[in-house]
Every structure is written in structure tokens, then in C-alpha cells.
Write a protein that binds this ligand. Sequence first.
Ligand code: NAG
Ligand code: NAG
Ligand code: NAG
Ligand code: NAG
Ligand code: NAG
Length: 182
Amino acid sequence: MYCKLPLLTALAACITSVVSEDLGFPLFAYGKVAKSGLRLSYADGLAYIGGFPSFAKEAVNITLSLAEGDDKFVAKGNSTGTAPSLSSKPTMYVDVTEGASNPVGFTTDNETLPSGATAVGFGLYGGWVFHKQQNSSLEMKFIATPTNETGIFLVKWNAAATKASDDIAISLRTQVPVALYE
Ligand SMILES: *[C@@H]1O[C@H](CO)[C@@H](O)[C@H](O)[C@H]1NC(C)=O
Ligand SMILES: *[C@@H]1O[C@H](CO)[C@@H](O)[C@H](O)[C@H]1NC(C)=O
Ligand SMILES: *[C@@H]1O[C@H](CO)[C@@H](O)[C@H](O)[C@H]1NC(C)=O
Ligand SMILES: *[C@@H]1O[C@H](CO)[C@@H](O)[C@H](O)[C@H]1NC(C)=O
Ligand SMILES: *[C@@H]1O[C@H](CO)[C@@H](O)[C@H](O)[C@H]1NC(C)=O
């Protein structure tokens, strides 16, 4: 998905959406992956939806915070969570290399990002996660790729013009699925 919105509009949306900074907000994936949104989780440094992959050493539901005056998404785990690597406050990254379709992950500032990846340029536009590179439009290019475990998907950033046949376009939103209220 491609949104051509003026930068100032986007910035205004970012500022107004920084509401619950301490607790952060959960993200849910919407699209043709499930009837309602699937919670974004963290497993061994990568983003998944649909549950925790059993092959992961660390897997936990996360909330994210948009660091004040910044355009980074900081991941936080539940304090009772079993992901010690989250204590270093990793930030989300996407690989923006042209033609790439690589996993969305989390890294600490002191660690080197994968080649072609960037941890800056994130924001919320009306509750929808976007990434924006300098001088370009807002982009929402998240896709879900099935893992080898039923119902669990790896979240990727699709910088490529095409996607593989089993990839599903998703949007990441702060919107809590209606089903969770029931
Ligand atoms: C993770 O989040 C999902 C969706 O909100 C929930 O069903 C599940 O119980 C949570 N898991 C843990 C361990 O908190
Ligand atoms: C942490 O997990 C507990 C138990 O699943 C839950 O009651 C609590 O709301 C969670 N806190 C956050 C900040 O997600
Ligand atoms: C990065 O910083 C965290 C927290 O200070 C530390 O636990 C981790 O070992 C550091 N990683 C590297 C590669 O230096
Ligand atoms: C972005 O645009 C500004 C003004 O047109 C220009 O000075 C700057 O070099 C551009 N940056 C990139 C990365 O293209
Ligand atoms: C499933 O995929 C993960 C990650 O690629 C891998 O580590 C694991 O061995 C795979 N499990 C099976 C049963 O193929």
C-alpha cells in the first residue's frame, strides 16, 4: 500500500498519536490473515503474528512506544515476560533495500543493523503504522509470510515490487480487534 501524504500531515498525526508513552500500545495485523486482528509479537529479535513460534528461544507479546521527538518504535515486553533481550529496549527496523523482502526485526542502538535496514522513519498515521524514508512518501508495505507452524506468520517489509504467492499483505494498526472485547 502506498500513501502519498504531505510530511506535515504525517508529523501532526504522529504527535497526536503519542498518547500512552509509558505503557506503549500493542499492534495488530489486519488483512487476509485472520477474521480479526492478530497481535504482533517478538520472537528472537523478529516480528511475528498469530502466536509464538515454538522454535524461538524468547517469545513474548510486545507493546511499542514512539520515542518522544523521535521516529523510532521501541519494543517493550510484559514485565513478567520471558524475553531478557527486550530489557535493552530494542527498536523496530525494516530493510528498505530496493527489491528486498526481509523480516521486520528489533535491534538495540549499539548493535549494527542488518545491511540495508533502518530503525528510523516510523510513525503512526491515524493508528496505522507507516515507514517514511527521507524525501519519499509514507509507505505501508508489511506482509505476512507463513512459518512452518500453522497459523503463525513472520512479518516482513516488502520493498520489492512483487511478493511471493504465499505472502499476504497486512497493515499494522493500534486498533484492538473487536473480538477481544467479547
Ligand atoms: C498474547 O496476546 C494474545 C492476543 O492479545 C493473547 O491471546 C495471548 O494470550 C497473549 N499471550 C500472552 C502470553 O500474554
Ligand atoms: C502482562 O501480562 C499479564 C498476564 O498475562 C497481564 O495481566 C497484563 O495486563 C500484562 N501487562 C501488559 C503491560 O501487557
Ligand atoms: C547493547 O547494550 C545492551 C544494554 O546495555 C547490552 O546488554 C548488550 O550486550 C549490548 N550489545 C552489544 C553488541 O554491545
Ligand atoms: C532531501 O531533499 C532536500 C531538499 O530538497 C535535499 O537537500 C536533500 O539532499 C534530500 N535528501 C536526500 C537523502 O535525497
Ligand atoms: C521451522 O522454522 C524454524 C525457523 O526457520 C527452524 O528453526 C525450525 O527448525 C523449523 N522446524 C521444522 C520442524 O522444520
